[in-house]
Design a protein around this ligand. Structure first.
Ligand code: SF4
Length: 356
């Protein structure tokens, strides 16, 4: 069965794969870039990000030499900005310390910052055909269904079982085709909802189909509790400028720009802090022009409820003067998704023509 399994997957792949730019190359720079992007998003959306990056940076040296704001701007909308920062760090390391050469095997790749087991396996097998298995959400799903494995995929013992199984199943040649094949098979054929079982080439061997457990596999244990946070954003506008601050300190939004924000465990708390700041800054409370509806935003372990308070003022108060940004520059700065959503919902405040 093991040999047949990899053979069926590779054959299916050659007949069904999508034609994607990172599949027509063995350049580790491009494959690494595509994999980092695809960890964040689906192929359809990731494609435009990938094309923007390779358009801007032809080689790892070009990426290394870029400034961080350019990279964050290109990354904008993908979330997990630490990955974009790691991308930059690693490009620098490869460009300067390794003379622009990517490590040529799984072990060496794993030493790069931001490169975990999955990415190292993907680059090593796709570029160099190294016999190492990739294990992502698609692969977990296919293996758990075909082989009827009901160990939770997000626990260490469960992961160990899947890692061993995926390694056993590797073919002895053309690992690149097989690894890409099983991921593509999970993405297109054995999808999370409504997998296409009837014409599936594995349907006579699929344990989940035989035992009517397709909907129940793979098994996942419940995640940690999500914390709810409330944020109030102070949007100050004159006829031509506003105020944006760069977030410093560790966090998912590190080095991204946003309107001054006030965080609390309730919406009252965050609004009160904003109110105190407004009076400390000497702003006229009557200059409050607009209060947005509540925006909801999900991060990995946080649910954020945000509101935007727009104050129209004659002049930016001295306290915030150094954070002044003219409207035309607003969209050129790396901003996080919540800020982007508000600006695109209310372009009139900033005299912008935004199509979202
Ligand atoms: S038969 Fe259905 S569940 Fe089983 S591998 Fe094929 S698509 Fe997936």
């Amino acid at each position: 069965m093991d040999k047949e399994f990899s053979h069926i997957i590779s054959k299916w792949y050659s007949q069904n794969k999508r034609d994607l730019p990172w599949r027509n190359t063995r350049d580790p720079f491009r494959i690494w870039l595509s994999e980092i992007i695809l960890q964040q998003t689906r192929v359809a959306q990731g494609l435009s990000y990938y094309l923007s990056f390779v358009n801007e940076f032809e080689t790892v040296h070009d990426l290394a030499e870029a400034n961080e704001e350019t990279i964050l701007k290109l990354w904008q909308g993908l979330g997990y900005y630490s990955r974009a920062r790691n991308l930059h760090f690693t490009a620098n390391h490869i460009s300067k310390e390794l003379n622009g050469e990517f490590p040529k095997n799984f072990k060496g790749l794993l030493e790069l910052k931001g490169v975990g087991l999955y990415t190292a396996a993907a680059v090593a097998s796709f570029c160099y055909d190294e016999k190492v298995a990739v294990l992502d959400g698609n692969v977990f799903r296919v293996l758990s269904r075909v082989f009827g494995v009901d160990e939770p995929i997000n626990t260490s013992p469960g992961e160990k079982i899947f890692r061993e199984l995926s390694t056993e199943l590797l073919p002895s040649t053309e690992v690149s085709t097989y690894n890409q094949g099983i991921m593509e098979f999970g993405a297109l054929q054995c999808t999370p909802k409504n997998p296409d079982c009837e014409p599936c080439p594995l349907n006579t061997r699929c344990d989940a189909l035989r035992t009517k457990r397709v909907k129940d596999l793979p098994v996942k244990v419940k995640k940690t509790k999500v914390i709810e946070l409330h944020m109030s954003f102070l949007v100050l506008i004159t006829g031509k400028e506003t105020v944006l601050r760069k977030r410093v300190g560790k966090g998912v939004w590190q080095n991204l720009y946003e309107f001054p924000s006030f965080v609390g465990s309730s919406s009252e708390d965050s609004k009160n802090d904003l109110g105190l700041f407004v009076s400390d800054a000497g702003l006229d409370v009557n200059s409050l022009e607009y209060v947005s509806a509540s925006y909801k935003h999900l991060l990995s372990h946080r649910k954020i409820h945000a509101q935007f308070f727009v104050y129209r003022v004659e002049e930016i108060p001295s306290l915030l003067k150094r954070n002044t940004v003219v409207f035309e520059d607003l969209l050129g700065l790396p901003i996080h998704r919540l800020i982007e959503k508000f600006i695109s919902d209310s372009p009139g405040f900033f005299k912008l023509d935004v199509k979202s």
